[in-house]
Design a protein around this ligand. Structure first.
Ligand SMILES: [Ca+2]
Ligand SMILES: [Ca+2]
Ligand SMILES: [Ca+2]
Length: 159
Protein backbone atom coordinates (compact mmCIF):
# COMPACT_ATOMS: atom_id res chain seq x y z
CA UNK A 1 0.00 0.00 0.00
CA UNK A 2 1.28 3.46 -0.90
CA UNK A 3 1.64 5.55 2.27
CA UNK A 4 2.60 9.19 2.64
CA UNK A 5 5.99 8.26 4.10
CA UNK A 6 7.12 7.01 0.67
CA UNK A 7 5.95 10.15 -1.06
CA UNK A 8 9.30 12.07 -0.87
CA UNK A 9 11.11 9.04 -2.33
CA UNK A 10 8.57 8.79 -5.11
CA UNK A 11 8.82 12.53 -5.89
CA UNK A 12 12.64 12.37 -5.94
CA UNK A 13 12.58 9.41 -8.34
CA UNK A 14 10.21 11.15 -10.72
CA UNK A 15 12.20 14.37 -10.48
CA UNK A 16 15.51 12.55 -11.10
CA UNK A 17 14.01 10.66 -14.04
CA UNK A 18 12.68 13.85 -15.62
CA UNK A 19 16.11 15.52 -15.22
CA UNK A 20 17.70 12.62 -17.11
CA UNK A 21 15.08 12.93 -19.83
CA UNK A 22 15.75 16.64 -20.25
CA UNK A 23 19.50 16.01 -20.46
CA UNK A 24 19.20 13.18 -23.00
CA UNK A 25 16.51 14.55 -25.30
CA UNK A 26 18.17 17.39 -27.27
CA UNK A 27 21.06 15.14 -28.31
CA UNK A 28 18.73 12.27 -29.27
CA UNK A 29 16.51 14.68 -31.12
CA UNK A 30 19.51 16.16 -32.94
CA UNK A 31 20.86 12.74 -33.99
CA UNK A 32 17.37 11.62 -35.02
CA UNK A 33 17.01 14.72 -37.17
CA UNK A 34 20.35 14.06 -38.91
CA UNK A 35 19.45 10.38 -39.47
CA UNK A 36 16.08 11.30 -40.97
CA UNK A 37 17.59 13.91 -43.27
CA UNK A 38 20.28 11.45 -44.42
CA UNK A 39 17.70 8.73 -45.09
CA UNK A 40 15.51 11.17 -47.02
CA UNK A 41 18.46 12.15 -49.20
CA UNK A 42 19.24 8.48 -49.84
CA UNK A 43 15.65 7.78 -50.92
CA UNK A 44 15.57 10.91 -53.11
CA UNK A 45 18.95 10.43 -54.76
CA UNK A 46 19.37 6.64 -55.13
CA UNK A 47 16.69 6.41 -57.75
CA UNK A 48 17.03 2.85 -59.10
CA UNK A 49 17.11 1.08 -55.69
CA UNK A 50 20.19 -1.08 -56.34
CA UNK A 51 21.78 0.16 -53.07
CA UNK A 52 24.68 1.70 -54.92
CA UNK A 53 24.84 5.41 -55.63
CA UNK A 54 26.47 5.65 -59.04
CA UNK A 55 27.90 8.75 -60.69
CA UNK A 56 24.80 8.76 -62.96
CA UNK A 57 22.50 9.02 -59.93
CA UNK A 58 24.37 12.15 -58.84
CA UNK A 59 24.17 13.55 -62.37
CA UNK A 60 20.40 13.01 -62.63
CA UNK A 61 19.81 14.46 -59.18
CA UNK A 62 21.64 17.67 -60.11
CA UNK A 63 19.93 17.81 -63.49
CA UNK A 64 16.50 17.47 -61.91
CA UNK A 65 17.31 20.79 -60.19
CA UNK A 66 18.24 22.48 -63.50
CA UNK A 67 14.90 24.19 -64.13
CA UNK A 68 15.86 26.02 -67.34
CA UNK A 69 17.90 23.05 -68.70
CA UNK A 70 20.97 25.13 -69.45
CA UNK A 71 23.37 22.54 -68.05
CA UNK A 72 24.06 24.07 -64.68
CA UNK A 73 22.24 24.65 -61.41
CA UNK A 74 22.32 28.16 -60.02
CA UNK A 75 21.77 28.93 -56.34
CA UNK A 76 18.26 30.16 -57.13
CA UNK A 77 17.39 26.87 -58.87
CA UNK A 78 18.91 24.88 -56.02
CA UNK A 79 17.03 26.82 -53.34
CA UNK A 80 13.79 26.60 -55.30
CA UNK A 81 13.90 22.79 -55.38
CA UNK A 82 15.51 22.10 -52.04
CA UNK A 83 13.25 24.41 -50.00
CA UNK A 84 9.99 23.34 -51.66
CA UNK A 85 9.24 20.79 -48.91
CA UNK A 86 10.87 22.53 -45.95
CA UNK A 87 11.34 26.30 -46.29
CA UNK A 88 13.01 26.42 -42.84
CA UNK A 89 16.17 24.73 -44.10
CA UNK A 90 17.67 27.83 -45.75
CA UNK A 91 21.02 27.55 -43.98
CA UNK A 92 21.31 23.84 -44.78
CA UNK A 93 20.49 24.51 -48.45
CA UNK A 94 23.13 27.23 -48.54
CA UNK A 95 25.76 24.93 -47.03
CA UNK A 96 24.87 22.05 -49.38
CA UNK A 97 25.13 24.32 -52.40
CA UNK A 98 28.60 25.46 -51.28
CA UNK A 99 29.62 21.80 -50.89
CA UNK A 100 28.28 20.78 -54.32
CA UNK A 101 29.83 23.81 -56.06
CA UNK A 102 33.30 22.31 -55.64
CA UNK A 103 35.12 24.80 -57.92
CA UNK A 104 33.30 27.79 -56.37
CA UNK A 105 32.13 29.35 -59.64
CA UNK A 106 28.57 29.88 -58.26
CA UNK A 107 26.96 27.15 -60.37
CA UNK A 108 26.80 23.38 -59.92
CA UNK A 109 27.52 21.52 -63.13
CA UNK A 110 29.17 18.35 -64.35
CA UNK A 111 32.67 19.77 -63.58
CA UNK A 112 31.82 19.82 -59.89
CA UNK A 113 30.37 16.33 -59.82
CA UNK A 114 33.66 14.41 -60.11
CA UNK A 115 34.99 16.15 -57.01
CA UNK A 116 31.77 15.66 -55.07
CA UNK A 117 31.54 12.01 -56.09
CA UNK A 118 35.10 11.24 -55.05
CA UNK A 119 34.44 12.87 -51.65
CA UNK A 120 31.57 10.41 -51.15
CA UNK A 121 33.59 7.41 -52.38
CA UNK A 122 35.53 6.88 -49.14
CA UNK A 123 37.39 3.69 -50.21
CA UNK A 124 38.07 5.05 -53.74
CA UNK A 125 36.71 2.08 -55.70
CA UNK A 126 34.59 4.35 -57.96
CA UNK A 127 31.33 3.16 -56.40
CA UNK A 128 29.42 4.87 -53.59
CA UNK A 129 27.78 2.21 -51.44
CA UNK A 130 24.78 3.00 -49.21
CA UNK A 131 27.08 3.01 -46.17
CA UNK A 132 29.52 5.50 -47.76
CA UNK A 133 26.67 7.73 -48.89
CA UNK A 134 25.14 7.81 -45.40
CA UNK A 135 28.47 8.41 -43.66
CA UNK A 136 29.24 11.27 -46.03
CA UNK A 137 25.88 13.04 -45.59
CA UNK A 138 25.74 12.29 -41.88
CA UNK A 139 29.00 14.18 -41.26
CA UNK A 140 28.13 16.91 -43.77
CA UNK A 141 24.68 17.53 -42.24
CA UNK A 142 26.12 17.40 -38.71
CA UNK A 143 28.54 20.19 -39.64
CA UNK A 144 25.76 22.21 -41.30
CA UNK A 145 23.39 21.84 -38.33
CA UNK A 146 26.16 22.81 -35.91
CA UNK A 147 26.83 25.94 -37.97
CA UNK A 148 23.14 26.81 -37.70
CA UNK A 149 23.19 26.24 -33.93
CA UNK A 150 26.18 28.60 -33.77
CA UNK A 151 24.08 31.23 -35.48
CA UNK A 152 25.39 31.41 -39.04
CA UNK A 153 22.77 33.72 -40.57
CA UNK A 154 20.21 32.31 -42.95
CA UNK A 155 20.93 34.02 -46.30
CA UNK A 156 17.18 34.24 -46.95
CA UNK A 157 15.58 34.21 -50.38
CA UNK A 158 17.96 34.94 -53.19
CA UNK A 159 16.84 37.16 -56.05
CA1 LIG B 1 19.97 26.09 -64.90
CA1 LIG C 1 30.78 24.90 -59.92
CA1 LIG D 1 33.23 3.08 -52.63
Amino acid sequence: MFTMKYLPVFVLCVYGYSLCQVAADPMQEFLGHIDNATNNLWVQMETDSDHVFLRDDLESFIHSYDTDNNGHVTMVEFFHHFLKDDPDLGSVAYGLFQEFDANQDKVVDTLDLDTVYSRMDLNKDSRVEEDEFKRYFNSLLTVLYLLIVQGIPDPGPIE
